[in-house]
Write a protein that binds this ligand. Sequence first.
Ligand SMILES: [Cu+2]
Length: 388
Amino acid sequence: MSTAPYASPTTHPRGEPSHPTAAVVAILLGILVAILGFFALLMWVDALQARDDAHKTAAAQATAAASMPGMDMSSMGVAAGLKSYAGASPANADAIATAHTPFPATLPAAPAGPVANVNLVLKDVTVQVAPGIKYAAWAWAGGAPGPVIHVRQGQMVKITLTNSGAIPHSVDFHAARVAPDKAFGDVMPGKSVSYTFRANDPGVFMYHCGTKPVLMHIANGMYGAIVVEPPAGTLPKADKNYVLVASEWYLDSDGLSKPAQFNMDKAHARQPDWMTFNGYAGQYVKHPLTAKPGETVRFWVVDAGPSIDTDFHIVGTILDRAWVNAGMTNKPLENVQTVAVPAGGGGVFDVNIDKPGLYPFVSHAFAAVDQGQVGLLNVGGVHGTMTH
Ligand SMILES: [Cu+2]
């Protein structure tokens, strides 16, 4: 306290203030510092208390989450010791894959007129996620993904959702700008609801059930894609339009003798057994998408997740145009090799291939390919197949 800088110029050799006024000021200053010190101590005690409170609150929240139905966090971060059923296959898998009717990837026509009426029916249904692999899905009347919806930018979209499942569900459209608490609410079993939104934003968007736990409802098959196409002449002309919905499946058994069910531990660990385009592993390897040499092929890709991104890539060519994460009001990227489509996002990709051949489309995060997220584009009607 006696080292206050003001005192320095007149400091006595022993360090004592040399003037009575200086001594008084020094005493006052000493009192001030003591008061400040006291308040600093109070603030420090307060901070300790706040930190302690924050810890208690976090602990209480974690406990509450763990006790909520479907919100079991006990497996979060547990990555080891989960049994994988990846690659399980019956003896006649090849015959089953050949007989399988692939999900129609071709973009259907958009309805004419100012209003697009969309009827969606939710249903508990056993699907196949790979040849001979049965899964007890919460999905749609036609399985998983749900139907591809195609509307024109500016159209009013009237969604009617009918819940034919056993528990409450809902539908959240990423293409909509609506109050989610009003539009995306739960629909009880046996009931229907309707809501409308104007499709003002062009692109390809995910739709999905948003009922808690959302991870489980999406992983069980409750997702699909809606294409909002800009007015004719806005985009370069495409000769073929294909829609791909990427997703993961988390199985509690191999699904061979009886339908597998959802495994929350694997979903939390992000360790899927199967990864697919349009719900079925490798279906477009056995039944390739097609194009003629020199045609412009447009892929509308949604990654439904629930949790893993898709690194979209077509082997043997370059993406001529890429509207990244939908965003079709922006200029596309040009001549890119691989584009990430995030979980819950979309991307639109144009290719024009002049050399006949089989061109695999994949998620270039290659574990996804091993788990089934691969298909072929057959350019020029060539014969044969490949397992890339
Ligand atoms: Cu649901």
